[in-house]
Design a protein. Sequence first.
Lengths: 161, 282, 759
Amino acid sequence: MAESQHYVLHVNGMPHEVGDAWVGESLLYVLRERLGLTGSKGACEQGECGSCSVLIDGELICSCLVLAASATDQEIVTIEGIAPVGSPTDVQDAFVEFGAVQCGFCTPGLIMAAHALLERTPQPSETEIREELSGNICRCTGYGRIIEAVQRVAVSRTDQR
Amino acid sequence: MTVLVATTLNEALELLSAEPDAMVLAGGTDAMVEINMGHRRPEGVVAVGRIPELRTWSYNAESATLRIGAAVTYGELESDPFVRWVPALSQAARTVGSPQIRHAATLGGNVATCSPAGDGLPVLAALEATVHLVSLDGSRSIQFSDFMTGPKRTALWPGELIESVSLPVFSGWQGYAKVGVRNAMVISNAGACLVVDDVGGVRIALGSVGPTILRCAEAESFAVSVVDVQGGSVAESDAQEFGRLVASAAQPIDDHRSTAAYRRHAIEVLARRLLRRAFPNG
Amino acid sequence: MSTATREGVVRGRLGDSPPRPDGVAKVQGSFAFSGDLSADGFLWGATLRSPHPYARIVRIDVTPAWRIDGVAAIVTAEDVPGKLTYGLISSDQPVFASDVVRYVGEPIAAVAADHPETCRRALAAIVVEYEVLAPLTDPERAIDGSHPPIHALGNLIRHQRIVTGDQSLVGEVVVEGTYELGMQDQAFLGLEAALALPDPGGAGVELFVATQWLHEDRTQIAACLDLAPDKVRLTLGGVGGAFGAREDISLQVHTCLLALRTGRPVRLAYSREESFLGHVHRHPARIWMRHHATEQGVIQRIEARMVFDGGAYASTSSAVLINAVTHAQGPYKCVNAIVDGYAVRTNNLPCGAMRGFGVVQACFAHEGQMDKLAATCGLDPVEIRLLNAMETGDALITGQVIENVAPVAECIRRTAALPLPTEPVGGRDGNPLHLPGGAGLTADVSHIRRGIGWGVAIKNLMYSEGFDDFSTARCRLADGVASLKFATSEVGQGFVVLAPQIARSVLGVDDVLLEPIDTTIGSAGSTSASRQTWMSGGAIDGACRLVRERMFEHVGARNDIDPVRLAIDGRDIVDTMGSFRVSVVEATAGLAFEETFEHHHRPTEELDENGQGNCHTAFVFVAHRAVVDVDPELGLVKVVQIATAQDVGVALNPMSVMGQIEGGIAQGLGLAVMEEIVLTDGLVRNASFTDYLLPTMLDMPTVVATMIEIPDPMAPLGAKGVGEPPCISSTPAIVAAIRDAIGRDLSRVPVRPADICLP
């Protein structure tokens, strides 16, 4: 590629050098194809499905709509940075236990969104869950088990307090 | 193509001056769609989303004016203090895309894209917002209605950047309503903002029913003549006439999202309901 | 990909709801979907598509694309070494168009290059000169012959009649209507993607792909590549949903061709826009129906005409049509009928399989008719349906007798018994999200009207019309650990959790390993037609039972017990007539038993010219009741609740069944109120998720569901397929509820706001 650029991204607490990249690449593309972090998924490339959700400086963002080369000096957290492989979080456990996962393609984005929601609103009402997760399309589950999983986590976190 | 992540306004303006064709990137929610779809291949990009001057807002109590930096996000506009000062803008903000989109999308980006379906734009038009533009050559301020010159067309000059938008803070009722086919994350098929200003005026601005955001002078003066501001009331028949006048001012089109007939009908209903909300008694 | 997946922590037998073995990987983002797969030195592939619905190709010049740095291969129809066409039933679809393009998005060429952006530039550089032709977009013109053939095989894909009983009967009550359905997209989230690895010297190819049917893909790919089937090896790449759209070939041949041409691994992945163009959709349909009944509302005769737009290529259109015409009566008794069905070729997007497969269309029509009949006869929607409900032993209008458990009346009664929502319109907390229009603040509570509607469905299971449908599975039991091998596509439905449950139940083992899903074993058939629990479940069950017999023979011989006396009790083998007991782990220490089993369902027949014959394998039933809030003046809808009772046979994994019920209802809701690919003169207007709207969490209501568990003696595990019924009668139920709310007829889905509020 003629128009390429070098830059550094801070992903999951680590600096990652991105070299020789076409500058039009989205953060989603760079995460998946250059950094090998394929947990973030792409299904629409226009911010209409939420599968690519990551945290950027603590905010839930569609990584497909971030120009990677502009995300320098920001803290990016992906699904891989939420918990080590084999040690799922309470949200991840609940998704598996309560049937919130079918094909699983939307799941990483929903896990990111659910964590962000529970961080901001530890005791969400069902309507708050629906609104805050309304940017994450799931085509398999009809959402019922996902809502239940999030509610279970909220309850169990309260019980532990 | 080069990417500059500007950290000061000046830095951004210098690059824009040197490369007037460079694409300004704020939240990225419009610009990146164009790049991802291959519709746009800009020569240069200047990212302005993290310029501190553009990330701030200020309230001038004396003039009762709110100035909102161009890179303030819709997520921020959804909540305090904007809910208290410009509730219609907060209502519009809550309808922008998804939560993820609102965390990224900026007021300045919405203004710069200037789509007739831009969710915040009817609010700016109804409030008669001023758009503050800045370039290396200086700055200028322009009424929103003069800024938007057509669908996705603006009065922005090469090398110029949207610095902020200022809005009056009124004490009267204001509200926003938007019709889409889905109950979340949907593009507007018809949207309206109704504002009661501090001198007894009623203003209404319409989105998605014309090439630009439309104001409805005839409907507005009719409203002023029939509402009881003191008693907060309007007769149902007058509200209906108001709706009809608004609908007759609309210039909707048929497209894959809706039809001109439906849009004209919907804007009539929205206008009537907004006026009844503003003057609920009687 | 060659090591088996360890499965040991999972406990769960049939009837339990153990966690999915792929669950942790999916929630952690480490599960490899087909689009996540990569290989050293791979190239990116991309597809050049027609911008015209119908045009003659005058000239293709690829030379400008060769001048772009990084381009490694460009292939067109000239480069296809074998058969130039493919197709599931009729091989009528070109690998690449060479002389004519017949739909927007039809592939013309494919490229391989070092970066997706290089691919985009190469595609843009290929010159294709077209002579644009007037497209055939009206299905009626394909039927009446007024448009010249757009394909050598003609414009009529299939015409099928059903004629039975007394054709002169005129009912005391006659109701009729014309019903239309728009084109729905499966819209799975995991876009089409594949990775092809060429064998040295181009002797063969290995393909990792997201598909519903590995073996059928292999047969079609091998023919196009002119390779022996064993030279084409397929492994299932992680599948991000399917719903019918992965039954046909899309990028498979192109990817392999590019890999063989370059001698390098090639990854090809579709964008969302391409996905809308690059797979088949649910058939748009226009259905006219007239019902004759007694004054009391008993159905006496049905007349129907059904027109299904198959788009440019046949795909499974003929089978979809058969499902539609044979389900015209719905789950209701009827002995006299005349049905005419047409599946036609047009220059619209090709249509084929989608969840519900022809029955969705038929059901929308017959349920609209039932409500009309109820209104005319002064009955309510429940009464009319109970009055006519089909039972085991009744015959369909094809003459086929329903031998399955047929709890139609029970589905209706149990649904009616489920509680209605207690929340008033607008909820109790004043949150605008409870109202139609939501955060758009379009309505106040006073603007809203609530409606209730019903839908009931019958759906066939498995394949029809004489197809020898089977599934293969292998079970190996060694040292108390079972491993299972099958080629059943896991597309999200959860066969990977069910298969170990079967093995645990049959063999009394805890540990079950799953081997890779690939073509190194016999076919499992397609993950479609609600068939894998029955077919592959039956195959796993059969293989495990054979292994158990071998184990019993061995234990019996060793302990001098007649093997027929042995049984599994928990984790032990026990003598049912004595005190002998040994654990399976102990009994199989140092031993290995391995058996392969093919499960075939009973044979079916083709329909004759009058549409008579035992063409279907088995049937399932379901009822839905919808509660919706409607803003009649703006035409906006919020579905408040769906209640459903579904005939499941046995719920082998209740949580998975619930997931299928809720997920299917979401798709039914989408068709009812928002999902449609909009075509104008063959051009697609909304090939994106911005404009093709899918239900969000704020659109999906609470589902209250009950499962009717009457084990079906015909089913290997007593369990019926559960995937399709939820999306069939949920659509008419929602539309009926909207009609109820606004007091106005609606005959087209998706229901658009203007359909509700404008004249």
